[in-house]
Design a protein around this ligand. Sequence first.
Ligand code: HEM
Ligand code: HEM
Length: 248
Amino acid sequence: MKDNNKTTVYDWPTRIFHWLFAFLFLGAYIIVEIIDDESPLFTLHMTAGLIIGFMLILRISWGFVGTTYALFSSFKMNPAEFFGYLKDAVVAKTKRYLGHNPASSYATIIMFICAAGLAITGVIMTGGSESDFYEETHDLLANIFLITVIAHIGGIIFHHIKHRDSLWSSMLDGKKKVLPEETGIKNSKRVAGMLFLILTLTWTGYLYSKYDSTNQTIDLLGQELVLGEKGHESPYEGENHEEKNDDD
Ligand code: HEM
Ligand code: HEM
């Protein structure tokens, strides 16, 4: 089963980003679905989102200075090529690409925009804004993100059934089957991958160090974000006013 006919296309920073991004997205999504928003565990939703936001800054920077197929300039963003690709995917043998194909190029950009928007609206919501606009936008972006992820995974399964060229594993080992007209990358940037991981862990540690578990707030670079219900309500607020007084 060993296939020597492969070449490296995705470097380490891109691959580490991919799996952390996927894991944290699913984590953030599952938390809002299964955990009550009054539970202290709900704060993990915001934490996951803030880590995604940080990783996105690193990935976008890498999109300008990284290796060939991590670069945004290598993405196939021509709309005619995109529709041609989708048409071929249904009726003919789809053209193969060494880097991102047109469908995954678009999916990537949509996911990046949604994730950035989710982080920004999330920070504004927890930063004290009462406007429904941010909550509704957050909800909308989360749904667009989810649909794109489903299309992404569906596309990979479809591609696998059709081509059997193990595209699906290219985000694991970084390798794709060679193509005559394109060349793979020479250096898979292991050190940059380690640096990416260290920076992300440092950011996570920073968030942890700035978290006040009593009030469920976080001091994010000088801005206080209220992550939990505790921080939202004063003890004498709301319907339970009398009960709270009795407790005193
Ligand atoms: C929550 C789940 C997932 C999310 C959010 C996600 C997100 C992404 C993103 C953002 C990219 C672009 C990577 C970049 O250039 O930085 C990408 C590419 C890719 N992903 Fe995923 N992904 C998910 C699940 C998966 C799964 C389960 C697989 C395979 C088993 C997979 C395989 C790939 C592959 C092969 C590419 C490259 C596609 C190409 O070469 O055209 N992804 N994904
Ligand atoms: C990529 C990351 C994120 C995803 C996928 C995501 C997704 C979601 C979803 C699906 C909901 C439920 C919306 C509803 O049905 O009402 C939600 C709610 C919420 N999210 Fe996020 N989110 C992300 C990042 C963030 C960040 C970074 C923050 C804050 C720093 C945040 C704060 C919140 C809050 C406070 C709510 C509750 C809003 C309400 O009261 O309905 N999220 N998020």
